[in-house]
Write a protein that binds this ligand. Structure first.
Ligand SMILES: [Mn+2]
Length: 292
């Protein structure tokens, strides 16, 4: 069975579900701004397929097999941004109402708007948002005239006051696709940031992690382009000089217990090599299950 994440039950409704630990939902969505190669909409199914490659058990006793995890399938493909927001937020709210942890498979990063709306609609008190990403996603418009894209979406989430800027913790920004207006926005609004460069400094990393772990109810949005393209070739916006897979998995392990909602975005299967990137994305989820 390859139409659900390995080791999970595929369901078409969750109303009757009880004692569920986590529920996976896919958001096959491309923002179609014409700058980057489309393909992220294919990611949810590619991740499910790649998950079959692993048997789920690691050296830790806790694994997906000790948990009750459901796969709720995908929202409709190729929706407009507004429709995607409506459908995804409804699913996320419904999952939260079941006291389960939503795991959202993007889609490009614009889907975070749907996730954030779902958390807000469910009146879920989120203490912190960890934005794991090579980029800042804080442009007011990008490209010019476009307000709801992968490059602006965190700005839109903050505009809506679904999360306060000082509750945001960036991990992994780097490189040369940063807008200076984004840097100024971060400084003006007291946002927390650990760059890829500072991530290599063990003391700075530990201090940043300690600050994050004071928060018990975290929304973690993982843009896979935080990884070096050498580890993650299937990316629409690759940025060399990034994390190793081991570094990302360790981060997931450290914060897993405090994560209320996990989102994984930006895998582009059209640009993948040997389905390696899809396996990396699946592994992020397995690592979360081992430590959640
Ligand atoms: Mn992003």
């Amino acid at each position: 069975m390859t139409d659900s994440f390995y080791g999970t039950f595929k369901v078409t409704e969750i109303a009757s579900a009880v004692d569920v630990d986590a529920i996976i939902v896919g958001a096959p969505f491309d923002d179609k701004i014409g700058i980057y190669q489309e393909g992220s909409a294919l990611a949810p199914q590619a991740i499910r397929k790649a998950s079959q490659f692993f048997a789920g058990q690691s050296l830790r006793k806790q694994s997906i097999h000790q948990l009750n995890v459901l796969d709720y399938g995908n929202i409709q493909e190729n929706l407009s941004f507004e429709k995607m927001t409506e459908e995804l937020s409804a699913k996320v709210s419904e999952i939260l109402a079941k006291k389960a942890r939503p795991i959202i498979l993007g889609g490009d990063h614009a889907i975070a708007f749907g996730t954030a709306k779902g958390l807000a609609d469910a009146k879920e008190k989120i203490d912190a948002l960890i934005w794991v990403d090579a980029h800042l996603d804080l442009m007011n418009e990008y490209p010019e005239g476009k307000e709801n894209t992968r490059a602006t979406i965190l700005r839109r989430i903050i505009d809506k006051k679904w999360i306060k800027p000082e509750q945001v913790y960036f991990i992994g920004p780097r490189g040369h696709n940063i807008g200076w207006e984004e840097v100024e926005f971060i400084q003006k609004n007291n946002m927390n940031l650990l760059s890829t460069k500072d991530f290599q400094d063990k003391k700075k990393y530990q201090e940043f992690l300690n600050a994050i772990l004071k928060h018990k109810n975290i929304y973690m949005s993982v843009d896979l382009d935080v990884l070096d393209p050498a580890f993650m070739p299937g990316l629409s916006v690759p940025e060399p000089g990034g994390f190793t897979t081991r570094e990302l998995f360790s981060l997931i392990n450290e914060v897993a217990k405090n994560i209320r909602c996990l989102e994984i975005v930006e895998l582009n299967p059209k640009l993948d090599l040997n389905e390696l990137s899809a396996k990396v994305a699946a592994k992020v989820i397995y690592e979360f299950f081992d430590y959640m």
